[in-house]
Design a protein around this ligand. Structure first.
Ligand code: GDP
Length: 448
């Protein structure tokens, strides 16, 4: 589905990654081409605008890690923003409700609703070992009910017996009751479609929803219809409320715009994609895999990730090393705080150090506020060199001057001095102990 877009993007980035230095205007020019490529792929205008703006902002402010080129860095940023636009994580069907879990399938006629219902039933039965019942609520087209029954036999999943003359709501309620009485885990409700959205359709969907309170409402949308699928999703989401999207015909030559826009426009995840006519042609929608397919530059992305990891680890190790130095005055502290800020704050450093992630979770987010670091630096910078070297000379009048100079209070100055004293003592006591211990303890002492 993404061939055209993929080809264009790799053309743009091929030239970019071969270059050495990149100016802001290089990035802007590349972004203009990306913008055009996305629009040609039928991605919604708002989404395109948002996408290129995010990439541009990150690319201009990015610290290029050594051993990768700026162009490669841009590719990595585009990759990350693509993943974010597609929804970050895969979203499987949610079965976490008391059984029978009702899943309502909605969409226009011909989108692939009935086929997809059978595909999902098969997957839940085979892979997840659930006992599934399917029911067709399409009373307008008797052939639709028969179609589901045929598919049910094909995939070995039960369908609710057809009783002529019932309304969709009555069928839905009968399906839920049968599921409850007969111990089904999941009941799939295949609703009727129309050739286009109209008020009666939305009303019927709303009534079924009210009567059955489904745990999932999945919109089945045809990827080949591009922007129409996006409007459809917005419409269904606003009038009925959906929990997720299944994009069908991704095996066709659609331009991919629907896949890229739907999440951003509705805020609801694409959960599954139909990849063919056969009942086994159903895949999870995995944003990372799709981004890789669109960009086709998995190697560069992996390279930049690896380089970023090693460079960060190097810097972190250098900081830890300096902390272990016997003498640790306020000049050292100021220097280290500056380093910490540069690498993206303490949160950033700690996240990079192996084994520290766990500890980071224990420290509440608010205390990891990098403003604290800024304030501490401001206090130290208001001291004279001599004072920094010998904090013991800081008596009341000097403290008052420092507080005034840094826009803080004397208590803040005292707190910093106390923290520094504790740190210096600890450094001495720990000497050459492992990298993680002093680092972690130090963070705690700094009140972070
Ligand atoms: P409904 O009217 O929404 O219930 O649509 P159907 O389930 O009857 O599907 C309409 C047609 O689309 C059928 O011929 C299906 O085989 C076909 N179809 C459904 N999903 C896919 C898909 O992911 N890829 C392809 N190529 N065809 C599909």
């Amino acid at each position: 589905m993404f061939e055209g877009l993929s080809e264009k993007l790799s053309g743009i980035f091929d030239t970019l990654t071969r270059r050495g230095a990149l100016s802001e205007s290089d990035v802007n020019a590349a972004m203009r081409e990306v913008r055009r490529a996305l629009l040609e792929a039928d991605v919604a205008l708002d989404v395109v605008r948002d996408f290129t703006e995010k990439v541009r902002a990150q690319a201009v402010g990015a610290n290029v890690v050594k051993s990768v080129t700026p162009g490669q860095m841009v590719v990595k940023i585009v990759n990350d923003v693509l993943i974010e636009t597609l929804g970050s994580d895969a979203s499987p069907i949610d079965l976490s409700a008391a059984p029978p879990v009702a899943i309502m399938m909605v969409g226009l006629q011909g989108a692939g609703k009935t086929t997809t219902t059978a595909k999902i039933a098969r997957r839940l039965t085979d892979r997840m070992k659930r006992k599934v019942l399917m029911a067709s609520l399409d009373v307008k087209r008797p052939a639709a009910q028969e179609q589901l029954a045929v598919l049910g036999r094909q995939v070995g999943v039960d369908t609710l017996p057809i009783i002529a003359g019932q309304t969709p709501v009555q069928i839905a309620q009968r399906a839920e009751q049968a599921a409850r009485l007969q111990g089904y885990d999941v009941v799939l409700l295949d609703t009727a479609g129309r050739t286009h959205i109209d008020e009666p359709l939305m009303q019927e969907m709303a009534e079924i929803k009210r009567a059955t309170n489904p745990h999932e409402i999945l919109l089945v949308a045809d990827a080949l219809t591009g922007q129409d699928a996006v409007h459809l999703a917005r419409n269904f989401n606003e009038s009925v409320g959906i929990t997720g999207i299944v994009l069908t015909r991704t095996d066709g030559d659609g331009r991919g715009g629907a896949a890229l826009s739907m999440r951003a426009v509705t805020g609801k995840p694409i959960k599954l994609i139909g990849t063919g006519e056969k009942v086994e042609d159903l895949d999870d929608f995995n944003p990372q895999r799709i981004a890789n397919r669109i960009l086709g530059m998995g190697d560069i992305v992996a390279l930049v990730e690896k380089a970023a990891q090693s460079i960060d680890a190097e810097k972190a190790a250098a900081i830890a090393e300096r902390m272990r130095k016997g003498k640790f005055d306020l000049n050292d502290l100021a220097e280290q705080l500056a380093q910490v800020e540069k690498i993206g704050g303490l949160g950033g450093i700690m996240g990079m150090l192996p084994g520290v992630a766990k500890m980071k979770d224990q420290i509440s987010a608010s205390r990891l506020d990098d403003k604290v670091i800024k304030r501490q630096r401001a206090i130290i910078l208001s001291m004279t060199r001599e004072e920094r070297r010998n904090p013991d000379m800081l008596k009341a009048s000097r403290k008052k001057r420092i507080a005034a100079g840094s826009g803080m209070r004397v208590e803040d100055v005292n707190r910093l001095l106390k923290q520094h004293r504790q740190m210096a003592d600890m450094m001495k006591a720990m000497g050459g102990a492992g990298k993680r211990g002093p680092m972690a303890k130090m963070a705690q002492m700094m009140g972070l």
